[in-house]
Design a protein around this ligand. Structure first.
Ligand SMILES: Nc1ncnc2c1ncn2[C@@H]1O[C@H](COP(=O)(O)OP(=O)(O)O)[C@@H](O)[C@H]1O
Ligand SMILES: [Mg+2]
Length: 363
């Protein structure tokens, strides 16, 4: 008897979508930049979805303006790096992972930017045991994901670049302008081979934390990822992602009740905008960012509740508890904003009676 191999909780894009990537490569007649697994056109199809001549469905990863993705992909084929900027939950990390997966077949060369990220995370460090045993040597060197990507001609990703201290950020300037990483201790350097580039992400909300220096900014092309334009766009992002997540959590494939999902997305959009969808009632906005990503987890949590403890259909009471949790981040201020919203916007809305009652019960 064989024991089943445990499945990882979250696979890397290049594994989860391996069949799409290989089908795209098989049908890709367009020129590929050096070291790219796919042509820019095929990368775009991978991101935006489509159907191949043999009938293979390519699922859309990014829902939004095509032009933004064209600019992002084209940038990576030049000698400039790509900076994705946006408020939280606008798919910056998601797009960067898929770009790296489609272009390099590897989305794992990742540096997570924090206030504590040091130069070693971007350049290289040392294995001290080997340093003591062997002295300064190649073998004692610990490559950063960036150095590895330079050597292999791949895409490296830097998350939340503006959280990294400025002097550490500046380590990137030589990498991006000279395409080399000097290792003075060994009197050598690593030169980037073709195919190497960097995708960095930065959060609008961190503006002013560690603003990029102008020298570094000049080396990036910036693409701003917007909050979804319309209710319908945002709704399609949420339903699609909830379906995918449900599958990876092993939930039975029940279609999430569209009406309930629409309500969640509507609440998020109205509170974010400080205005009801009909444009008639002004609202106060709570302190949290109420991103699309949070709407996805509210619906996902609701679905889990309904599958395990309810009747398998997503109902108002299944979404209400996590919705209230997502909205009320500050127990005093946000609660007041939420209660006011329920009273002036939701209470009298046609068809929202059950939803109103469920939210009231939770608040
Ligand atoms: N425009 C969009 N198209 C597709 N998915 C989106 C979009 N906006 C948000 N998402 C979803 O939201 C989730 C969070 O995105 P993430 O990349 O973590 O946000 P960010 O890094 O911008 O804070 C992802 O699961 C992604 O699928
Ligand atoms: Mg992110």
């Amino acid at each position: 008897m064989t024991t089943p191999t445990p499945e990882v909780l979250r696979g890397h894009a290049e594994h989860v979508y391996a069949h799409e990537l290989s089908a795209l490569a098989a049908h890709d007649a367009h020129p590929r930049p050096p070291m790219w697994k796919l042509s820019p056109r095929a990368v775009l199809t991978y991101l935006l979805g489509g159907r191949l001549p043999d009938g293979t469905e390519i699922s859309p990863k990014y829902v939004g303006e095509r032009r933004l993705m064209e600019v992002a992909v084209a940038t990576l084929a030049t000698d400039r790096a790509l900076l994705l900027i946006g408020v939280p939950g606008t798919a910056k990390s998601w797009v960067s992972e898929h770009l790296a997966a489609a272009i390099s077949g590897d989305s794992t060369l990742l540096v997570q930017g924090t206030a504590g990220t040091d130069e070693g995370a971007i350049r290289y460090g040392w294995n001290y045991a080997r340093l003591l045993a062997e002295g300064l040597s190649e073998g004692a060197l610990v490559e950063s994901p960036v150095m590895f990507a330079m050597r292999e001609g791949k895409i490296a990703r830097i998350e939340e670049l503006t959280r990294v201290q400025s002097d550490v950020q500046d380590a990137l300037i030589t990498v991006l302008s000279e395409k080399t990483l000097p290792i003075p201790e060994l009197r050598t350097e690593v030169q980037a081979v073709r195919g190497f580039n960097i995708i960095a992400t930065a959060n609008n909300r961190d503006k002013g934390v560690n603003e990029l220096s102008s020298a570094l900014k000049r080396r990036f092309n910036t693409v701003v990822l917007p909050v979804p334009d319309s209710l319908e766009d945002e709704l399609s992002i949420v339903t699609r992602r909830v379906e995918q997540l449900g599958r990876s959590l092993g939930l039975p494939a029940v279609p999430p009740a569209l009406e309930e999902v629409r309500r969640v997305v509507t609440v998020f959009r109205e509170l974010r905008a400080g205005l009801t969808e009909d444009g008639k009632t002004k609202l106060k906005s709570p302190s949290g960012s109420l991103s699309t990503a949070e709407a996805i987890s509210v619906v996902n949590q609701g679905l889990t509740l309904s599958v395990h403890f309810g009747d398998g259909t997503l109902r108002a009471r299944d979404v209400a508890s996590s919705l209230v949790g997502a909205v009320i981040k500050d127990p005093v201020q946000d609660r007041a904003v939420w209660n006011e919203y329920l009273e002036i916007a939701i209470k009298k809305r046609d068809g929202w009676k059950e939803f109103y009652a469920a939210c009231r019960e939770e608040s």
